[in-house]
Ligand binder design. Structure first.
Ligand code: 13P
Length: 248
């Protein structure tokens, strides 16, 4: 059975003190026996958030990592560093990283391997731009991202990956994909996974939707057959996240 997941992506929004306060405020509202709850936070917020949520059901993730173990890579953070801190998972290949920090399908692929090597659950992001959607190449674009991002992973490794479908035009815009649009692409992702790994493996991989998810639309999205939860930006920084976590 694949997992249901409500993951928050806090992006670059909270100082360490603010992050601890937010985690403290949300903690009692996150209890859930239907879904895993994850806070993905900036590197410097990891320690205070891990300390704050200790003893609860909340897992903590980073928003990126580097694909080498150690060395002369000024400013980068490695998988073993995250692992030692008690981090559980890591977002990889978010569209903001692809757009502003030259992340490519190839670096994404290396990062997924590195995360898995250290037992960090990768939340692997894919998604089309508005121009790609308007050109009717959404599915083609997503299939390429999935194939390149997961290139070389065994079925056993693929099962450890969580995929987040995040249409770029829906991120931070308030313009949520309809549940049918989101389902269509999440189903296409499961189809390409089935082509590569077989349908048994594809059925075990959690696929999340992200892009303007909020307390009002989460339930509608999460009841679609191929949507196993959400990767949530803005609404994960507010009390509203409770509604999302309880929308399963
Ligand atoms: P919003 O929920 O703010 O649209 O952001 C989505 C996102 O990018 C999550 O990774």
């Amino acid at each position: 059975m694949r997992k249901k997941i409500a993951a928050g992506n806090w992006k670059m929004n909270k100082t360490p003190k603010e992050a601890a306060a937010l985690a403290e405020m949300l903690k009692p509202k996150m209890a859930n026996d239907k879904a895993e709850v994850i806070f993905c936070v900036p590197y410097v917020d990891l320690m205070p958030v891990i300390d704050t949520v200790k003893g609860s059901n909340i897992l903590v993730g980073a928003e990126n990592l580097y694909f080498e173990d150690k060395g002369a890579y000024t400013g980068e953070i490695s998988a073993p560093m995250l692992k030692e801190m008690g981090v559980n998972c890591v977002i990889i290949g978010h569209s903001e990283r692809r757009e502003y920090f030259n992340e490519t399908d190839e670096t994404v692929n290396k990062k997924i391997f590195k995360a898995l090597e250290y037992g960090l659950m990768p939340i692997f992001c894919c998604g089309e731009s508005l121009a790609e959607r308007e050109d009717n190449i959404t599915i083609e674009r997503i299939r390429i991202q999935i194939k390149r991002g997961m290139k070389g992973l065994s079925a056993e490794q693929a099962k450890q990956v969580v995929i987040a479908y995040e249409p770029i035009w829906a991120i931070g815009t308030g313009k949520v994909a309809t549940s049918e649009q989101a389902q269509e692409v999440c189903k296409a992702i499961r189809d390409v996974l089935a082509e590569i790994y077989g349908s048994e493996t594809a059925d075990e991989i959690s696929i999340l939707y992200g892009g303007s998810v909020n307390g009002g639309n989460a339930e509608e999205l999460f009841k679609m057959p191929d949507i196993d939860g959400g990767l949530v930006g803005g609404a994960s920084l507010k009390e509203d996240f409770e509604k999302i976590v309880k929308a399963f």
